[in-house]
Write a protein that binds this ligand. Structure first.
Ligand SMILES: O=C(O)CCC(=O)C(=O)O
Ligand SMILES: [Fe+2]
Length: 349
């Protein structure tokens, strides 16, 4: 990563970080242990907590989440070692426009470069995906993870963590289904053998954090994201009233937020969280966002049980694989169009 700020990183004036924003108070911390106890009334209470948190915050922290601490610690260690390798070594597993897996240090959000380097991998590699985002092109390709040789044990540590994040994702989908008045396994078949990926982020110290962002404002394309952060602050969220707030890390907890696919499946009941990451001058920051989406052939549309004459569908359906491709393209290219979001599929009512 360059040690001075190139112009490609400089945010337009209206999206630059605001040093005056406050720390969020009262983000819900949800204990998932009732899922292990099986106690019906405790599970019902948990379901109500998740519903309230997603309606009010579009995110929450989870504790007693079931991800073993040693698996997480091992992944954290190997990831820090990977990003500390010389650039030439990391570029051996570089991702590109066609093959979206691997290392990248030229990530764009809304056409401005992010102050970050990333490594993306599928949790169920290989995955069959549409070859491009063009709606009427049926061509498919099979993509597989790029596996760096160094550091030793990196691939195994990432795979072990990815499986755990996916397991947590499935448990949360059950709670979310119940919160929508649906059978707990309603989402299961859509998400099996999906192309869900874990994105590992390294935000190096930055000489000009007032001009750039670690990651520009975005919503996640996923149904839900399991976000693991270290103890360095940086994440900021946009509230429904348009106000930005800082999220301080909660050690040992994971952040869960809803994305575009859940917005559509729930017919707009659970909206996606707008968020961004600020850079800082002296600390490295690491995070991992497991982006849990459906399998690529799934048509993402409002679930039929959630729509009726009084509550008609708010979105047209779209094939998940095409949506995913289009979102990933915008990480590489300066597109003339905006990032594809659920609102682009909104039905005018
Ligand atoms: O680093 C973070 O806290 C958030 C990362 C993020 O939003 C993403 O990778 O989509
Ligand atoms: Fe995100």
């Amino acid at each position: 990563m360059a040690c001075e700020v190139e112009s490609a990183y400089i945010q337009p004036t209206d999206t630059r970080p605001d040093p005056t924003i406050q720390v969020a108070q009262g983000i819900p911390v949800i204990d998932l242990s009732p899922l292990d106890s099986g106690d019906k009334s405790q599970v019902n209470q948990l379901v109500e907590e998740v519903k309230a948190a997603l309606k009010e915050w579009r995110m929450f922290f989870v504790v007693n989440h079931g991800i073993p601490a040693d698996i997480r610690q091992n992944a954290d260690e190997k990831i820090a070692q990977f990003f500390a390798l010389p650039l030439e070594e990391k570029l051996k597993v570089q991702r590109d426009f066609k093959d979206t897996l691997g290392y990248f240090n030229k990530e764009l959000t809304h056409n401005t470069k992010d102050w970050v380097e990333v490594y993306d991998y599928f949790v169920n590699s290989p995955v069959e995906l549409p070859a491009n985002a063009e709606a009427d092109c049926p061509k498919m390709v099979t993509l597989a993870n790029k596996r760096p040789e160094n550091p030793l044990g990196f691939v195994e540590a990432c795979d072990a963590y990815g499986k755990e994040a996916e397991r947590l994702g499935f448990r949360l989908l059950e709670v979310i289904a119940l919160s929508l008045g649906l059978p707990s396994k309603r989402f299961q078949a859509y998400f099996e053998n999906s192309g869900s990926f874990n994105r590992v982020n390294h935000y190096p110290p930055c000489p000009s954090p007032s001009l750039v962002l670690g990651k520009g404002c975005h919503t996640d394309a996923s149904a839900l994201t399991v976000l693991a952060t270290d103890n360095v602050s940086g994440l900021e969220i946009k509230r429904k009233d348009g106000k930005w707030l800082k999220v301080n890390p909660l050690p040992g907890a994971y952040i869960i937020n809803t994305g575009e696919a859940m917005n559509v499946f729930s017919n707009g009941y659970y909206e996606s969280l707008e968020h961004r990451v600020v850079a800082n001058t002296n600390q490295h920051r690491y995070s991992m966002g497991f982006s849990f989406g459906p399998a690529s052939h799934v048509m993402v549309k409002p679930l039929k049980e959630l729509v009726n004459e009084l509550n008609p569908p708010k979105f047209k359906g779209f094939m998940w694989g095409k949506f995913y491709r289009s979102r990933r393209n915008s990480n590489f290219l300066r597109l003339n169009a905006e990032n594809l979001e659920a609102r682009h599929f909104k039905i005018n009512q």
